[in-house]
Design a protein around this ligand. Structure first.
Ligand SMILES: O=P(O)(O)O[C@@H]1C[C@H](O)[C@@H](CO)O1
Ligand SMILES: O=c1cc[nH]c(=O)[nH]1
Length: 320
């Protein structure tokens, strides 16, 4: 594991990579220490080309989501909510040199898009975690704000994930490394999920619940949809699967939570997943919401997270 501390200080690091009460982001790769330069290719950033501690050292909250527009909208919203100087035009895409991901920073909040699915978010997370490590960030909370399909709950409900599970309803993420399958835990920060749930009680008219989130490798067959280009199962089999998922505690389905939980957990980031549901999969497969409703639903997790961040910052100020 690479360390940002001089060797003489390493005995002061606890198991959780804390130092003098601070929780640092850690990487678990001995080769990183031996590299003269680290190019974060898909973010268009690097340790020699950018002063990462100066650019990102104050980051305390990282919010990620699939869509670039949603993550830009979230950064603009946070900027206003935090009462920071300057307007929307000042919030620029830090990764503009690449069209793989978008990244916006406002005060201590970083907002990044990750595209769709496990491979896409995984590449982004490798580079983001290295970025936070190189920038010497500490006490970082990371939250995925996404969309999902609900099971047995009203569309527009917000699900705070207590456990991310795979398609077999198991709390694990299987990563193929060389020709081995490595199984990693998908445990999320329970305290953070509880805090978010308590925060949601202060926001009227947005039904919010805690439940398991199932993460799949595909939107269509992988989520038991009958409306893809391919479908090899019956309506009865689909409903039987989704009802078994519900019985196992699954309340929504998306495509990133297991790898997100696994990677953030291994690297010392406090992580949560908060997704709005766009439909009830027990009733339908197609998303037929109007544009306005879709936009409003996507703002629901943003509203909750912005309230949470403001609360945390107020608490921190009181403690200083
Ligand atoms: O964060 P988003 O809304 O992209 O999350 C879900 C899971 C997939 O990436 C995508 C499928 O529509 O939405
Ligand atoms: O049904 C849905 C809706 C959004 N995202 C998903 O992964 N599934």
């Amino acid at each position: 594991m690479a360390s940002i501390l001089p060797a003489s200080n390493r005995s002061m690091i606890s198991d959780k990579n804390t130092y003098a009460g601070k929780r640092f982001v850690h990487v678990k790769n001995p080769y990183l220490d031996t590299m003269d330069e680290d190019i974060l290719y898909h973010l268009d950033l690097g340790t020699k080309t950018h002063n990462l501690p100066a650019m990102f050292g104050d980051v305390k909250f990282v919010c990620v989501g699939g869509s670039p527009n949603r993550m830009k909208a979230f950064a603009v919203f946070m900027h206003k909510e935090l009462g920071l100087k300057g307007g929307e035009e000042d919030i620029k895409d830090i990764c503009a040199g690449t069209d793989r991901y978008c990244m916006f920073k406002t005060g201590p909040v970083l907002s990044i898009s990750h595209g769709m699915g496990i491979p896409s978010i995984s590449i982004m997370l490798h580079e983001l975690i290295k970025l936070l490590h190189h920038a010497r960030c500490c006490d970082v909370t990371i939250i995925r704000i996404g969309t999902s399909g609900g099971i047995g709950i009203a569309p527009g409900s917000v699900v705070i994930t207590d456990t991310a599970v795979d398609s077999f309803f198991k709390p694990r993420f299987e990563q193929v490394i060389l020709d081995n399958i490595v199984t990693r835990s998908t445990e999320l920060d329970k305290e953070l999920a509880e805090e978010l749930f308590n925060c949601s009680k202060e926001i009227p008219n947005i039904p919010t619940l805690m439940g398991h989130t199932m993460c799949t490798y595909d939107f269509y067959e992988g989520q038991g949809r009958l409306d893809g280009a391919l479908c090899s199962f019956s309506r009865e089999k689909k409903l039987d699967y989704l009802k078994r998922a519900y019985k196992a505690g699954v309340r929504n389905i998306e495509m990133e939570s297991t790898v997100f939980a696994a990677m953030c957990g291994l690297c010392g980031l406090k992580a949560a997943v908060v997704c709005v549901t766009l439909l009830d999969r027990l009733n339908c497969d197609q998303i037929n919401l109007s544009h306005d409703i879709l936009v409003e639903y996507q703002q629901r997790p943003q509203l909750l997270i912005s309230n949470f961040i403001k609360k945390q910052l107020r608490l921190r100020d009181q403690m200083l």
